[in-house]
Design a protein around this ligand. Structure first.
Ligand code: SAM
Length: 283
């Protein structure tokens, strides 16, 4: 039985990866029929993380469910670096807005890594499925929501998730948005049309196109963020905006932040594979 399942997986994954993945599925499956079903789904190209239902993200283990974007290792890398560079303490707590929060991975990891009581985070997403998952992930990680409109100091780091569309020019008027913010984070949909057409089926058939497609050039969402950053009192002086970018987009995004958001100080962080992955704008 196991050798038959292994050979099914090996056809698409190769023998080494097939052995590893079969071991993880065996650890998770409660009965043989479930294991067979997992192998069948995997051999049809479904991402392993959707089959296993979770994905490590730093020290967290986050729930994963289609069609919400699976948190990626390159995102984990810059979020850990951002935590290292952020000085927040319960005596000077920071307020963070995460645009397109998906599974909630970015604010939840920051809440986990920074001192308790130093961070109040708010994740916004257009997808109700993403919001449900982000709230479940917050519960799994033991990160509570903050009470709406509360100015009281929290003793814990908090995460609140609400529905919203940050492409809407009136987004900042939404009652749940509570500026000014000290930190804006965003891993927006950034795949341009010509690249979206070339993505593997294992991505397009399972992950939400709304999480991937960033408009014809892939840059639509960065323009919307620049529009927000430019608004009076949306972010505090000294704030940081951390934006994940796609292939060859870092310079364009730096330019958008400089020209349209009037930011003078920007930097680019590479990912672990040497690709320019995150644009930081310091206000
Ligand atoms: C690339 S995913 C990132 C998800 C998560 N932050 C991560 O890093 O794994 C982009 C997210 O933006 C959300 N999104 C797309 N368009 C949006 C919009 N106009 N307003 C708010 N969220 C949006 C998608 O639903 C998706 O969850």
């Amino acid at each position: 039985m196991a050798s038959k399942l292994l050979s099914i997986l090996a056809t698409s994954l190769g023998p080494t990866q097939a052995r590893l993945e079969l071991k993880w599925m065996q650890q998770q499956a409660r009965h043989p029929a479930q294991l067979t079903e997992m192998v069948t789904r995997r051999s049809r190209g479904e991402p392993l993380q959707y089959i296993l239902g979770s994905q490590p993200f730093g020290p967290l283990n986050l729930l994963t469910r289609p069609p919400v974007l699976i948190p990626r290792p390159e995102t984990e890398h810059w979020v850990i670096k951002l935590a290292d560079r952020t000085s927040a303490s319960p005596t000077s707590p920071k307020s963070l807005l995460d645009l397109g929060t998906g599974s909630g991975c970015i604010p939840l990891l920051l809440c986990h890594l920074l001192p308790q009581g130093s961070l109040r985070t708010h994740g916004v997403d257009i997808s109700p499925q993403a919001l449900d998952l982000a709230k479940e992930n917050a519960a799994v990680c033991g990160i509570p929501p903050s009470s709406p409109g509360s100015c009281a100091r929290n003793t814990r780091n908090t995460f609140t998730a609400t529905l919203g569309n940050f492409l809407d020019p009136m987004f900042s008027e939404d009652a749940t948005i509570d500026p000014p913010y000290d930190i804006i984070t965003c891993n927006p949909p950034y795949i341009p049309w010509h690249e979206y057409l070339k993505l593997p089926r294992s991505v397009t058939a399972y992950e939400d196109p709304k999480a991937l497609f960033g408009g014809p050039t892939g840059l639509d969402f960065y323009h919307a963020i620049a529009h927000l950053v430019r608004q009076t009192n949306f972010i505090r002086p000294g704030a940081v905006v951390a934006l994940e970018v796609g292939h060859n987009q870092a310079q364009d995004v730096e330019r958008i932040m400089r020209v349209h958001a009037h930011v003078r100080d920007t930097e680019i962080w590479p990912d672990p594979w040497g690709k320019q992955r995150t644009v930081l704008a310091h206000l």
